[in-house]
Design a protein around this ligand. Structure first.
Ligand code: GDP
Ligand code: MG
Length: 199
């Protein structure tokens, strides 16, 4: 993907605030602190387009970033952050579910898991939903720079097993530090956008 133009578009907490455009959208989901904002910045070659390392759980909104006047990358609130009230958790999952269940422009979903850790119950719930709803999804195993090359395949297999992924479900190791996986993720995104975009 040739990045010609990227920018922050809008922040939303409810559907009326989503961008009023028909561009396709690729959404990122994952636990708080898993590296969603870092992945967006790495993909678009910007240091701080999406704010990284905010107090975990602080991102209570949906941020839309435009790419090349063609499509949006959508940064959803992180789930699974322990130190918030039940009511607040319910509000977040409602925000995430409303977007995922109703947004017609949503073409595909990237789900992030930390390569070092076993997926959580929240991760499994998200994955069950992804399998059920039928849109394409990609698993990205983040922070791959934190483990050795030897550990890598073992960790990927472990995650695959833990999430009961089909053997044809893609899983890509990624590092915002080394940029490992960046090209493969772009390749997948381009496939989802279906060549309907200008070259
Ligand atoms: N070593 C390393 N740290 C990362 C990587 N990706 C994110 N981080 C760090 O993990 C923390 C959370 O990242 P962030 O992108 O804000 O996660 P988000 O809450 O999912 O948006 C920050 O301190 C990042 O610097 C990575 O690939 N490698
Ligand atoms: Mg973030």
């Amino acid at each position: 993907m040739q990045i010609k133009d990227v920018g922050y578009e809008v922040t939303a907490v409810k559907p009326e605030q989503y961008p009023d455009r028909s561009w396709p959208e690729i959404a990122l989901v994952g636990r708080s602190n898993v590296g969603k904002s870092s992945l967006i910045n790495t993909l678009v070659n910007r240091k701080n387009l999406a704010k990284v390392g905010n107090t975990p759980g602080k991102t209570r909104v949906i941020n839309f970033f435009r790419v090349n006047q063609d499509f949006f990358l959508v940064d959803l609130p992180g789930y699974g952050y322990a130190k918030v009230s039940k009511a607040e958790k319910a509000a977040w999952s409602d925000m995430i579910e409303t977007y995922l269940n109703t947004r017609e422009q949503l073409k595909a979903i990237i789900m992030l898991v930390d390569i070092r850790h076993a997926p959580t119950e929240d991760d499994r719930m998200m994955l069950d939903w992804l399998k059920f709803q039928g849109k394409p999804f990609l698993i990205v195993a983040t922070k791959s720079d934190k483990i050795s090359r030897n550990q890598m395949n073992q960790r990927l297999q472990e995650i695959r097993r833990n999430l009961a992924l089909d053997s044809d479900s893609p899983i890509i190791p990624f590092s915002a530090e080394s940029k490992q996986g960046r090209d493969a993720i772009w390749h997948w995104v381009e496939e989802q956008l279906g060549g309907g975009l200008p070259a």
